[in-house]
Design a protein. Structure first.
Length: 206
């Protein structure tokens, strides 16, 4: 049976992280560390539970849903501006998934890579890379290995396929061949002949 993480679970983990008690988070106390922990609970609860803002507020001492909305938005804004805070939040998300077996939100590795490489965003690629969640990094790594295997197999196929085997696809094959040569999957012996390279040892061992 799959366990569904609760707001109480999140409160317990965040309280430990910030050095406060669960009762502090649910109380009206406004000390800086308590308020920060409380806001983080709002944000994480919205990220990894199916609960509405009203339900999250009810689980946290009957707080108004507008308080939850404003709080989680403030965390999102700080997360975008503070890379270290973003890393801390991502680590807490991972801990929630590890401790309670709750699957983290699915990620698109291509979109994650595009965000890092987007030159229009200030500070990229370094800033976006620092802010990238751990789950996105893992997804990108797995995607890269899959694409590496696909490219290696395509290179082996192209090395045995004459360019004129199908005139209708000659341009496509030439473009693919050029890309594979550029990235080291094909070795160009002559303008009309290419051979597949060996997969790098690290990738071949996976």
């Amino acid at each position: 049976m799959t366990y569904t993480i609760t707001v109480a679970d999140i409160v317990s983990l965040v309280a430990t992280e910030f050095g406060v008690s669960p009762q502090d988070i649910k109380s009206a106390r406004r000390q800086a560390n308590v308020s920060e922990a409380r806001l983080v609970v709002y944000w994480i609860a919205k990220q990894i539970t199916p609960l509405s803002f009203v339900q999250i507020g009810r689980a946290l001492g009957r707080r108004d849903h507008s308080t939850i909305i404003t709080g989680q938005q403030s965390v999102e804004e700080r997360r975008s501006a503070d890379p270290l805070f973003a890393v801390r939040l991502d680590r807490l998300l991972e801990v929630c998934g590890t401790v309670y077996g709750r699957a983290m939100p699915e990620t698109d590795p291509i979109q994650a890579a595009a965000r890092i490489a987007d030159p229009s965003l200030p500070g990229n690629p370094a800033r976006a890379a620092i802010q990238t969640p751990t789950r996105d990094v893992i997804a990108m790594a797995l995607c890269l290995l899959d694409l590496h295997e696909i490219a290696h197999r395509a290179a082996a196929l192209l090395a045995r396929t004459p360019l004129d085997a199908n005139p209708a696809t000659t341009d496509l094959i030439e473009d693919l061949q050029s890309a594979l040569i550029q990235h080291g999957y094909l070795k160009e012996d002559s303008p009309d002949d290419a051979t597949a390279t060996q997969a790098p040892a690290a990738a071949a061992a996976l």
